[in-house]
Design a protein around this ligand. Structure first.
Ligand code: NAD
Ligand code: IPM
Ligand code: MN
Length: 353
């Protein structure tokens, strides 16, 4: 019985997770998946009410599930994102989820904002290092609020951390018939922290003679992803650049409303979440696109070995896109809940009889 922990989080995280869970429950019923879904309320409201973010004992319970599903975190009432750092970055770091896997595929030609680009051009997989870099919280502020203020945020890059994500990118390429791995850094300017990325990439790529390596400085890669997206297959980068590159890449596939991700420790815990945030202006208004949340559920089902169920989600979304049954960000006129109901009815029709 696969056990799934669900944390809807904040803002539209709550709106879209409701729809993704609806889809999971429908698949569970139709395909007898025997899913056991447990709900957790860690997020902004709980923090504001109780001061609790994510205590270790709760993390332990959540981590005992076969997969974790997170909506999004972020609330304007908590401007320093204290709860988000504890919950989201807390799970990434404490569970050592070093692979942030962000696939980018164009599910319908009209979704790509680039001229003359289609599904064959936009088909890549990003691996973002997820446990190091500028995100580790090493640093401090001295003389805060004075004219002499000093703010230091260290960028931590370890041999182990850099090597394991680069190796994962090559292993993924090898196992999935992908032919090219591109690494983006800023080793021309960051002669310590990113020199190690370049050296390790050169070393590890030598072990995979059948896979073509390429190296870009991240600024040039941003340009190239827009101009020639078809050149890219697997892309690996550090934590911060991976964050930025994957919002850019999300735009190539139709926007944050369709971008999914998995945070994984291979052989260990896995946490799935849409790439998008809590979009406070849309929260609770039945406007957010739930497709990213559903495609995230699809990734989670694939991870759990439930590929038949996973494929049904993708098929239903592809058909909904063909018929324009989408939320407004994709040009349709459905609300979040109606969009969820539409996908559920497609899955019901597909599994009838
Ligand atoms: P955002 O992703 O919430 O929104 C960026 C833009 O995309 C907005 O215009 C928004 O309306 C649109 N958008 C995002 N998801 C959408 C969807 N499903 N349907 C339709 N439109 C969608 O990013 P932001 O505005 O920079 O951040 C808002 C909050 O979310 C912040 O607190 C931020 O820290 C947080 N955040 C959390 C996560 C996470 O928990 N994984 C990720 C990114 C941002
Ligand atoms: C993401 C988000 C987070 C990140 C924020 C909310 C800390 O942007 O998951 O992409 O930067 O990792
Ligand atoms: Mn991001």
């Amino acid at each position: 019985m696969p056990k799934v922990a669900v944390l809807p989080g904040d803002g539209i995280g709550i709106d879209v997770t409701r729809e993704a869970v609806k889809v999971l429950e429908c698949l569970d019923e139709r395909l007898s998946l025997d899913l056991s879904i447990h709900h957790f309320d860690h997020g902004a409201q709980k923090y504001l009410d109780t001061g609790v973010t994510l205590p270790d004992e709760d993390l332990e319970v959540i981590a005992s599930h076969d997969a974790i599903y997170l909506g999004a975190l972020g609330d304007p009432r908590i401007p320093d994102m204290r709860h988000g750092r504890d919950i989201l970055l807390g799970m990434r770091f404490k569970l050592d989820l070093y692979v942030n896997h962000r696939p980018v595929r164009l599910l319908h030609p009209d979704l790509c904002p680039l001229k003359d680009r289609g599904p064959d051009d936009i088909d890549m997989v990003f691996f973002r290092e997820n446990t190091e870099g500028a995100y580790v919280g090493a640093g401090g502020i001295f003389k805060k609020g004075t004219p002499d203020e000093v703010a230091i945020q260290e960028d931590i890059n370890t041999r182990k951390g850099v090597e394991r994500i680069i190796r994962h990118a090559f292993e993924y390429a090898k196992a999935n018939g992908r032919k090219r791995v591109c690494m983006a850094d800023k080793s021309n300017a960051l002669r310590f922290g990113h020199d190690i990325w370049k050296r390790v990439f050169d070393e590890v790529s030598g072990e995979y003679p059948d896979i073509e390596p390429s190296h870009y400085f991240v600024d040039a890669l941003c340009m190239q992803l827009v101009l020639e997206p078809q050149e890219f297959d697997v892309v690996v980068s550090c934590n911060m650049f991976g964050d930025i590159l994957t919002d850019l890449a999300a735009a190539l596939q139709g926007g944050l409303g369709v971008a999914s991700s998995g945070n994984v420790h291979p052989g260990g815990n896995a946490l799935f979440e849409p790439v998008h945030g809590s979009a406070p202006p849309l929260a609770g208004k039945d406007q957010a696109n739930p497709f990213a949340a559903m495609i995230t559920a699809q990734m989670m089902l694939d991870h759990l070995g439930l590929s038949e169920a996973a494929n049904l989600i993708e098929k239903a979304i592809r058909n909904a896109l063909l018929e324009g049954k989408t939320t407004a960000d994709l040009g349709g006129s459905l609300g979040t809940a109606a969009c969820g109901d539409d996908i559920v009815s497609r899955i019901r029709a597909e599994t009838a009889g």
